[in-house]
Structure formats: C-alpha cells, structure tokens
Design a protein around this ligand. Structure first.
Ligand code: ADP
Ligand code: ZN
Ligand code: ZN
Length: 730
C-alpha cells in the first residue's frame, strides 16, 4: 500500500496537500520536496505521513524531487511552527517558508559555496609597531588575532577600505588567504580566559536564583536599569550552558545592536563558535549559519526575530534581550511575536527562557506580578561610579522654543561643549520638517497615496512619504493658490542639525538617522567616530537610543516627545517611557554623571515623574491600573481583523459581513464594529479593521478558530484580509 505524504506548500491556504509516498518515507519528514501544484512546480515540505487520503488515488501525484542536500527540519521545530500556525491562524506552509532561510525556500539544491578566509602569518607586525594612523590595518589585524581566521566578509565589514588593506597586507605577506567550504567559526587558541568582572550582589543573587531553580521550563523576567549588568548575566548563564554541553539562543531586537553584543559574546568565549543570524547577512551566510546551528557546531546563536526558529538540537537556554521592543513582532505577513514564540519554544523544550529589559512590556511585567513569570531585579548600575543620570524637564509653556530648541537646552549644550563632553539631541523625526505648508491658504503637502503628510527633506530638495516611500520635488509654489511662499513647519533631524551648526559653528556635529546611515557600514563608521571622540554633538533618532555605550556622552536633550501623551494608541505612553529610559541610558555610562533634559508642555505628567526617578515599576503600576480600568491588554486579549481594498467601502463591507459571521453571544467575547484604520489610506490602498477582545487567551483562540473558518468561506473579491493576533499596531 503506497502511503500518503502530507505536504505543506507556501500558499495562503490553511490545508496540507496529499502526494504519493513512493520515493520518501518517515525519515524524510521535515525535508523539502519539489511537487507539481496545478500547473506550477513548487517547493514544499513533508510534515507528516498518512495511511490514506480523501482524494481518489488517481488524482494523487508523485513527488518530483526530494531535496537531500540539507538535513530535514527537526521535529521540535516542525512542532513549534505548527504551534505558530495554530496560534496566529496562519497557514502552516506559509509559516514554514517564512521561517526557513531564503536559500531553502528555492528549488535550487544548495552546495556550500567557496569562501575566502584570511589568517595572520608570523610576518605580521605586533599591533604596537603599527603607526598610529594605520587605523584600519590595526583593526583588521586585531580582528584576525582575536578570531584566528576570519572570512572575507567579516573583514570587509570592519571598514570601507578593508578590501584595499587586505590586498596590501597579502602583498606584504602579513596575512594568508585560504578557502573554506564552511564559514569560519571563531576558533581562537585561548591561552587565558578573559578577566571576568566580579558580580555585584544583585547580579550574584539573580544568577543564584536562576541556577537553583528546578530544571525545566521557567520563564524569567530580568528587570534591570540600563547599565545594570544584564548582559553580564546573559554571559554567565551562557557560560554555564556551554559547560553543560548545551547551545544558547540569544534574540535581540535590532540589527544595529547585534555587532556589539556579538563582539561581547565572542570575546567572552574565545574558541566557542558563535554565529549571528540577521537580515544584513547574505543568503549564503544565513543558510550556513543556520546549518551550523542545526548541526550543533555553532554553540551560541545570536539573532533577530526570525532566529527564534533556528534548529538547535542541544538548546539549553533562550535569552531575549530588550524583550519589550516592538521589532520582535513582525508587522506583515505572518504577524508573529518572536518574544512570545521564544517562550513557547522554551516551554516546548522544557528549558528556561530569560526575558531582559529595563522597561519590560506591560504584558511581561504583568505576567511576572501574577506569578506566571519569575521576576529578578537589578536596581543599580553595575559600574561602581556610574550613576543614573539626572532627568530634568524644561517647561515649554514658559520656555518658548526657537526652532524647536529652548534656551536652557542650548545653554546646557554650550556648557557641555566647553567642557569637552559629548551631547546627544534626540528627536524622533527624520528629515528637515514634518510638513510643508502654504502661508496663504494653509495647504499642507499631502501624500496622495496615504492619509499622511509629506516630510520635507531639504538637503535633497524633496518631499518624502515616510509611510509608502513616495517622493517628489519640493514645489516652487503652492499647487492650490500659486503662492511661492511655502514654509517647512516643525522640526526634523536635518533642521535641528542646521540650527545647532549655526549656534555652535565650532562644534563637530553628526546626524545619525535612517537617511544618513542608508549606505552599508555608514552607521558603524559613524559610531566609530563617536567612540573616537571626533564628535561633540550627536543629532539622532531612535537608532541612537539603543545599546550603544558612549563613554563621554554626558548630556541628552529630548525634543518633541509630547505627541505620545495624547495619542489614541493606548500603548503610546508605554513606548515613550521605554524610549526615554533608553535614551537616558546613553548618558553618564562611565564615571561622569549624566543629565537628561526633556522639553515638554506637560512637565507634571506622571510619566515624567516616574522617569525622573527612573522608576519603571511606579510607571508600570499606574499604566496597569489604567489598563485594568479601561479593559485593555494585558487585562484582555485582542485580535484585529484587517482588510484592505481599493475602495474603503469594499473593505468595510467585508468586515461587516465578518462581524455577522462572528456568531457569538458569549459575554467574554466582544466583537467591535468595523472602522477605518487610523491610517486609512496607505500606498494607495484603503484599510479598515475590526477589533475582537476576549477575557482570556483560551477563549480568544477558541473563537478565532471558529471565526477564521467562517471568514475563509466568505467571498472576498478584491479584498485582502488578515488576522493579527495580539496586535501591537492599530
Ligand atoms: P546592561 O546589559 O544591563 O545594560 P551591561 O551588562 O552592559 O548592562 O553592563 C554595563 C557595564 O557595566 C558594562 O560596561 C559592563 O562591562 C559593566 N559591568 C557589568 N557587570 C559588572 C560587574 N559586576 N562589575 C563591574 N562592571 C560590570
Ligand atoms: Zn496656497
Ligand atoms: Zn505615502
């Protein structure tokens, strides 16, 4: 009897497809296959075998090919992806093919490519013998010293002129070039273990508590102010896992955080293979790092969101750094939360998971208070002398800003400059000004494809939509009334940079935002400039809020923060608090105390009171009380049905029908009315949404399962709809 293979295909259908099992068997579950599907050839994955099919045998096709170039996806990952598919009500095939590295989504067999790598020769001079200006060479040699051998890409990432120096140093005989079929793993002959800092009492207690817990699944929430030594705890826990022969998975929110953390892990564990998995790797690197994790060769995997699905046979611990960060939630396609999947994975594998943050999400914090997670606190900065920065408010009602900057802030910047210290001016808006307006008729430059305004980018002479990417030239005159007097209103990073340049002509000012860092390596170079103290005043967006440890930075000014205080989004205050805590965390990391000045119309707002005391828990308590009163998460569980169409009415109609099909009179479930999305028009599509709320996760899930089936049966012509479980963005 020929058995049946259940195949998941990358199609938006919540079903598996039956194929004949004459060339594959039980041992092939988790392997990619090529099949004919309709008139196409497609890649799929074998997820199960079955004894029979509901389709007549004659209709069941054989496989075209079984890919045996890479090992099958292990069962635990398949189970995790199945869980993900169930939880987010998203087709398993799409989930699987979202999780796989790009190279495994294609139907090309994967042969490991040749890669160039480099190593030092005895002819290489000691670093101390290099002239001071040989910065790049020093960096390259140092890297080779630390890593033993390094792949070409790793060296090229260190500096834009690395390629030339590599060539020259090859010519000088300082380094040799080799080839490998696998990426170089850091393998350093470690003579001496790195010197470890002595843990302070809080750190030691936290670690002792984790290590004395019974083995198995425990979700830990590590609440520690910035600089309190959370990373040190990650490193110690990782060390203990490595000693026990286990692998460790570390998830971080953003790509620009990864290099620093990667270096810290690499230098802490010389000789231990550490691999990174993030979007700036090319497809080949990504595949190889993934395979190294799957084979067990890589002992530590550091990665962003998608890395949560990396196969790791000896996984012993998952760490999620900055667990509150919204970039853990994917905002399109499969809208999963990597943080939540990390917890699910730990539970499934029966291992501990550690969520770390200075400002945990209220969901996680609530879980800790209610006993579902276990809470650990670090209340002080780890470096003895490093104090928490003083946070002060500048009252915009009495201190009128000129072009966005108040006199007290300008004065503080001037003083800091005179003292030879670095300052950061933080404004979460790139470009020159958020709107362009006509002084005569009040016209505001709109994006014609979105319900939003175009942002003025004066340097480039362009107007840009930050939502859909639309661009146009800055018009010479008002298109409505012909008035040539168009004025940019409000501030963005470019304008603040200009104003500061005017005010402090001698200061070295550097702007860091998505525009100025578009070029590859630009951010790394800029950060290097900051570390080398060739910058006096930094102007930047939230790119700068995270992770970076600037030793000489002692003053932070924060502009335009008030919007979040009266936002319709109930999470806006939570986000602002987290952002400002992070921004404040940049000041005074080393011996000198830092100061943070916040310009606001609402100096008495409780958010600022809590911020001033750096008291996350006080802030969280007020927020949780408000959420409880209003019945918002974490006191309820939400799902958002989104629909988009070329006409708003089409989308609204679909949602109204969807509401009619909800068919529930359960008081624990609330199905709200369809409404246009807050940003109703995006990139030329009209969007509407419908919110569902339930008292418990279980009830929400039960409802969604039934409802999703009903929705799939609805006619959805010219409509795209999707379900967002635990939505973060509305
Ligand atoms: P976080 O991850 O909480 O921001 P880090 O682990 O980066 O904190 O620690 C902040 C700084 O304090 C780092 O420079 C780190 O090397 C240092 N540090 C951490 N723990 C200790 C300790 N026990 N003794 C001395 N320095 C420490
Ligand atoms: Zn006009
Ligand atoms: Zn737009």
């Amino acid at each position: 009897m020929s058995r049946i293979l259940k195949i998941a295909l990358d199609v938006p259908l919540a079903t598996l497809f039956d194929y004949r099992a004459d060339t594959a068997g039980e041992e092939d579950v988790g392997r990619r296959v090529q099949v004919s599907f309709g008139r196409r050839k497609m890649v799929g994955m074998i997820v199960a075998l079955a004894g029979h099919s509901d389709h007549p045998p004659a209709q069941i096709k054989p496989l075209l090919h079984v890919f045996r170039d890479t090992p099958p996806l292990p069962r635990d990952i398949l189970a995790l992806l199945q869980f993900c598919s169930d939880y987010y009500h998203h087709p398993l095939g799409e989930v699987i093919f979202t999780a796989l590295p790009q190279r495994l989504r294609s139907d090309q067999p994967n042969t490991p490519p040749r890669r160039l790598s480099y190593a030092l020769t005895p002819a290489a001079p000691p670093l101390d013998d290099l002239p001071a200006r040989a910065r790049v060479r020093r960096k390259l040699l140092q890297h080779l010293q630390q890593t033993g051998a390094a792949p070409r890409e790793a060296l090229l990432a260190l500096s834009p002129s690395a390629a030339r120096h590599v060539r020259e140093m090859l010519g000088l005989g300082w380094i040799t070039q080799g080839q490998e079929t696998r990426p170089a793993l850091a393998a350093i002959p470690s003579s001496s273990a790195p010197l470890l800092p002595r843990l302070n009492t809080e750190q030691a207690e936290a670690i002792a508590e984790i290590q004395s817990a019974a083995p198995g699944f425990v979700p830990w929430l590590l609440l520690g102010v910035t600089g309190s030594g959370k990373t040190e705890i990650y490193l110690r826990l990782a060390a203990s896992q490595l000693e026990q022969g286990r692998q460790v998975l570390v998830l971080v929110p953003e790509i620009n955080l990864t290099p620093q953390l990667e270096t810290r892990f690499q230098t802490r564990f010389p000789g231990v293979p550490v691999v990174a998995l993030h979007s700036s790797l090319n497809d080949t690197e990504r595949l190889h790092h993934w395979l190294l994790a799957q084979s067990g060769a890589a002992r530590i995997v550091l990665g962003t969101r998608l890395a949560v699905f990396t196969p790791m046979p000896e996984l012993g611990l998952i760490i999620v750094d900055e667990e509150h960060d919204s970039s853990f939630k994917q905002q399109d396609g499969l809208r999963y939360s990597a943080r939540d999947m990390a917890v699910a994975r730990a539970k499934q594998r029966d291992i501990p998971v550690l969520l770390g943050s200075a400002t945990p999400s209220l969901e996680s914090y609530h879980n800790a208070l209610s006993g579902r997670y276990r809470l650990l606190r670090l209340t002080r900065r780890a470096v003895e002398a490093a104090q928490l920065p003083a946070i002060r408010r500048i009252d915009l009602r009495t201190q009128k800003p000129l072009d966005g900057l108040t006199e007290p802030l300008l004065q503080a910047l001037g003083e800091n400059l005179a003292r030879g210290r670095q300052s950061l001016v933080f404004i979460n808006r790139r470009g020159y000004a958020p709107v362009l307006t006509c002084s005569q008729c009040g016209w505001l430059a709109p994006c014609l494809r979105c319900s939003s305004r175009l942002v003025v980018h004066l340097r480039e002479g362009r107007l840009r939509c930050h939502h859909c990417g639309h661009e146009e030239r800055i018009p010479r005159a008002c298109p409505d009334c012909g008035n040539p007097d168009l004025a940019p209103v409000g501030q963005g990073t470019q304008r603040i940079e200009d104003i500061l340049t005017e005010r402090f002509p001698d200061a070295r000012i550097l702007r860091i935002d998505r525009d100025s860092t578009r070029r590859k390596h630009a951010l790394a170079e800029m950060l290097h400039e900051v570390h080398e103290e060739r910058v006096d005043i930094l102007v930047g967006t939230q790119i700068l809020a995270k992770g970076h440890d600037f030793k000489r930075l002692t003053l932070v000014g924060a502009l335009n923060v008030d919007g979040a205080l009266y936002s319709a989004d109930f999470r806006a205050a939570e986000r602002l608090f987290a952002l400002l805590m992070q921004v404040a965390g940049r000041a005074g990391r080393a011996a000198e105390p830092g100061t943070v000045l916040i310009q606001t119309q609402f100096p008495d707002h409780p958010l600022f009171e809590a911020l001033q005391r750096q008291d996350y828990e006080a802030f969280a308590a007020t927020q949780l009380a408000e959420r409880k009163q209003a019945g918002f998460p974490p006191f309820c569980h939400q799902a958002l049905l989104r629909a988009e169409a070329t006409r708003l009415e089409t989308a609204m109609d679909f949602l109204r029908q969807a509401k009619n099909r909800a068919g529930t009179d359960d008081p624990a479930i609330t199905v709200y009315d369809a409404v246009p999305a807050p940003m109703a028009r995006l990139a030329g599509r009209e969007r509407a949404q419908l919110l569902v709320q339930a008292d418990s996760r279980g009830m929400l899930q039960q409802f969604l399962s039934r409802w999703h089936a009903a929705l799939s049966a609805l006619k959805a012509r010219q409509i795209r709809w999707s379900l967002d479980v635990d939505p973060l963005d509305f």
